[in-house]
Design a binder for this molecule. Sequence first.
Ligand SMILES: [Zn+2]
Length: 346
Amino acid sequence: MARHKHLPYVSARGANGGGEHVNSQCHGWIGTVPGHQRHVMASPQVYAIYWDAYFRETPAAVTVMNRFLREILRGSYMSRLRQYGVRSGKFVGSRVIVPDPQNPPPSSLTPANIEAQLQSWIKYGTVTMRPDPRETNRLFLIFTPNTTSLGPGLCGYHRNGRYGKSSGEPNLFWAAVQQWHYIVQSPPSPRAFADSCTWAVSHELVEAFTDRDGKGYRTNSGCEIGDICECPVGCPEPKTVKVDGWLVETYWDNQGQTCYPEGADGGVHAGTAGGANAGANGGANGGANGGANGGANGGANGGANGGANGGAGAPKPPRRIPKRRVRRRSPRRSGHSPSRARKRRA
Ligand SMILES: [Zn+2]
C-alpha cells in the first residue's frame, strides 16, 4: 500500500455562515427565476478536492469522478445554462488530500471549518488553483471526509467567501458534497462511488454557476435552479436522469418553463410519462431508501405532480434525505460489514 501523505486539519477562524436548507418548498415551483444582479460564473472552471484516505487507496475513484466532471462540464448538460449567461465549463484539476489521523477534521464540519481549510490549502499550495482578487469563475468542489458530517441527511451545499481580502465582492466559491458517505463505509467500486453522488454534484455545480454568491438566479424565497427541479412535490427522494451515461439532476429552464434535461439519453423523468417512468426512476434513485419504496413513491408522486408541473420533474439539492442511517465510525474502511447500500443504481 502506498504511504499516505497526511495533512493536518486547520481550524476555522470564522467564515460565512448559512445552514443547510430544506428544499421542499421549492419543488413544483413554476415561473421565471429572477437573475437579480446576475452574479453567475460565465465561464466556469472546476477543481476537485478529494479529502479522504479512500481516494488515495482507490485512485480509480478519482479517475472516474474526474471523467464525469470533464464530460459533463463540456457536454449537453450545460447547454441550457446559456440563457443564464453560463457557457461550457472546464475541469481544471484535482487533488487528493488525506487527513492527518493525529489532527483530523472535526466529525461535524461547518461551512466555516471547510472554508478555513480551503483557504489554508490554497495559501500553502496544497491546492494549486487560486482565485483571482476579482474571481468569478473558479469553483472548488470538495468531497468531504467520510469520518465527518455536514449534517444528517444532507447531500451537499455551495458557498462563497473571500480569499486574500476581507471586503468587496466574494471571490472564493466552493461546494461540499458528502452524499458519497451514504453508500457504505467503503464504496463497493469506483463507479459506485461516482454513481452515489454525481447527481448531487451536478446539482451543486449548476447552482454555483448560476448563483455564485447569492446574487444570481434564485427565486425570491431562495430556491435555486437545482432546488426547484430536484424532485416533484412530496417526493421521497431526489430524482435523476441520465446524461451521457451519468446520473445527474435536472435544473430549472426559464425559457422552456420546465426542468432540463427531460428524460435525456434514456433517463427517466417524472411527469413526462407519468408514473411508469417516474417509478422506474424512483427505483433507480430510490436505492437510498430501498428500491421498493423509492419506486412506489416515485411513481405515485411523479405521476401526480409531474402532470401538474407540466413535466417539471425534479432532482434534488443540498438536500436532506428522509431516511438517515447511523454511521459507524472507523478510521479504516476495509473489512467493513456488508452494510446497507444506500444508493444503488438500477
Ligand atoms: Zn440547491
